[in-house]
Design a protein around this ligand. Sequence first.
Ligand SMILES: Nc1ncnc2c1ncn2[C@@H]1O[C@H](COP(=O)(O)OP(=O)(O)OP(=O)(O)O)[C@@H](O)[C@H]1O
Length: 315
Amino acid sequence: MSAPPPPPAIRVANLRKSYGAHAVVQDVSFELAAGETLVLLGPSGCGKTTLLKMLNRLIEPDGGTVEINGRDVRQQPAEALRRGMGYVIQQVGLLPHYTVAENIAVVPKLLGLAPAAIAARTEALLTRLHLPPARYAHALPQQLSGGQQQRVGLARALAADPPIVLMDEPFGALDPITRAGIRREFRELEELRSKTVVLVTHDVAEAFELADRILLLDAGRVQQLGTPRELLFQPANNFVRRFFAAERLALQLRTLTLGDVLSKEFLDDNNRHITVHEALETLTNAAATNSGFTVAQLMAAFGAALQREEDAWKP
Ligand SMILES: Nc1ncnc2c1ncn2[C@@H]1O[C@H](COP(=O)(O)OP(=O)(O)OP(=O)(O)O)[C@@H](O)[C@H]1O
């Protein structure tokens, strides 16, 4: 007999939380496979942060269950649970009198890791996050820019190599350009690729860029759970449709790939996964090498692909 499949990394069932008469999270359920990135998205006050904090017991639910790797979180002490999950917040929360390296070492020390292992890990993470250790390991948080502090916050969350990382508006305090840059680094960070990530944002473009799946909330209720593509092309209701209306074209450009829009003769293994948006950026860059098609051809193909998608989901 084959072994039963492993339980999902995170399973949330019928989770509820109210403050007085205000139902902040209402009957939320979802499952997340190991290695998946789920983005909690929705308007301000819809319950994203409350939902996230119930995963690591910073907030205790009124009802429902949270299981991590098949185990109910209430069966483990909250402190131990939190040490096993990375947590990144907008305010970063670095300890002001600790150096960058000391901040990163807090959880690994609590977990009893050997000092040499902690030092090696800190150095590797700082290097990976573009903060050369020789320059930054012994700096104090106040000597860093907001973007650099955010990177240290990320390094700290990853220091003990937790399989699950929770992030609450991790790029929220940054200006748009720094934000886009860090987001790109984040996507490319090997350290995060294998991790199960739950990330809160109210930024639609950010959600589309980072999510494997998006959980869209309104007033504490799940409006839709699905891939960015599903939310865009198969909205479950009018709220979902309206939520993306203002940025629809930009999202479509970021969602459809060359593989979706171009015919086979223009495709190869290097370009088929590039989004139309990325391809346009390259094409309009003067230094770009010849890609075999023009902006006009790509836009025509994109228009035809959109029509196909819309037609496919018409009731
Ligand atoms: N401790 C509390 N007591 C009373 N009400 C609270 C408490 N914490 C949160 N709320 C309310 O619950 C609702 C959801 O808050 P939450 O922080 O989860 O929303 P959010 O979607 O993360 O919002 P934002 O995007 O603005 O951060 C809000 O209306 C908030 O005022």
